[in-house]
Design a protein around this ligand. Structure first.
Ligand code: HEC
Ligand code: HEC
Ligand code: HEC
Ligand code: HEC
Length: 149
């Protein structure tokens, strides 16, 4: 093969690889977008049940609160890292009670603000000493029946 041909083959191969990676990412998002997907594992501590009876059921699915929604890259990163961790811990044996890791809290907080910015603007809730919305709104949307540990 001469050099130009080699370059053409390399460009083509890179193109195909990127297209496949893109398609795989799109498939990953399609598979994981419904709350029912999360429910295949999160039957413990009644996360599905509490959410499906909450005022957010029609307006916000699991991913609307728990996945980084800033842009496609952030969304992909957030799902890939959380997904890999949840799947891994699911195999080695989940803890009795789940707790959000610090980065998930930041993601969730940003999502509260994303949808409730009107209200937050009006009331300056965002400035309440750096509290998370869910420090006060603890039962949004999973209710109070969860174990506190
Ligand atoms: C309206 C936003 C919102 C939606 C929608 C939502 N969650 Fe949550 N989720 C939260 C908040 C806030 C917490 C943290 C509550 C706390 O710390 O008291 C949480 C906590 C969790 C936790 C970790 C346990 C903990 O107490 O920290 C899991 C697991 C979870 N949610 C799963 C789900 C699943 C599965 C769905 C969809 C069926 C879902 N969530 C939908 C806001 C949401
Ligand atoms: C393969 C099973 C499985 C699936 C599917 C799954 N999870 Fe999890 N999830 C787990 C396990 C196991 C843990 C405990 C991880 C730990 O303790 O580090 C967990 C922990 C969590 C937590 C608390 C820890 C954190 O990451 O902050 C949240 C919130 C959560 N899951 C939300 C979701 C959402 C939203 C979906 C759907 C997009 C989902 N999970 C799909 C098994 C799963
Ligand atoms: C995808 C958009 C979206 C996200 C994300 C979201 N909300 Fe909401 N929320 C709404 C809408 C829309 C309503 C009005 C629902 C209704 O009245 O039926 C609502 C209602 C509420 C209410 C009043 C009803 C109730 O359940 O007490 C509170 C409080 C609230 N949200 C807090 C939060 C908090 C805290 C978070 C983050 C953990 C959050 N929301 C995330 C869209 C969202
Ligand atoms: C210091 C505690 C506190 C913090 C922090 C807080 N809230 Fe509230 N919030 C309240 C109280 C108290 C009410 C009025 C009583 C109620 O409806 O639960 C309220 C009411 C609301 C309502 C209207 C509820 C309804 O029934 O119409 C929404 C929506 C809401 N908060 C969202 C948020 C969001 C989003 C954040 C984060 C930016 C936040 N709150 C942070 C205490 C707090």
């Amino acid at each position: 093969m001469d050099l130009t041909k080699k370059i053409k083959v390399a460009v083509l191969a890179t193109g195909i690889t990127l297209a496949l990676a893109g398609a795989a990412t799109a498939t990953m998002h399609a598979v994981t977008k419904d709350s029912a997907f999360c429910g295949t594992c999160h039957v413990m501590d009644n996360y599905m049940g509490s959410w499906s009876h909450s005022s957010h059921r029609e307006v916000a699915g699991c991913n609307d609160c728990h996945t980084d929604q800033r842009n496609y890259l952030a969304k992909t990163y957030s799902k890939a890292t959380a997904g890999a961790r949840h799947a891994y811990v699911n195999i080695i044996g989940p803890p009795d009670h789940l707790k959000m890791i610090p980065s998930s809290k930041e993601v969730t907080q940003r999502n509260c603000l994303r949808c409730h910015d009107d209200l937050v603007e009006k009331t300056r809730l965002a400035e309440s000493d750096g509290n998370y919305c869910f420090d006060c709104h603890r039962s949004t949307p999973h209710g109070r029946e969860r174990p506190s540990t």
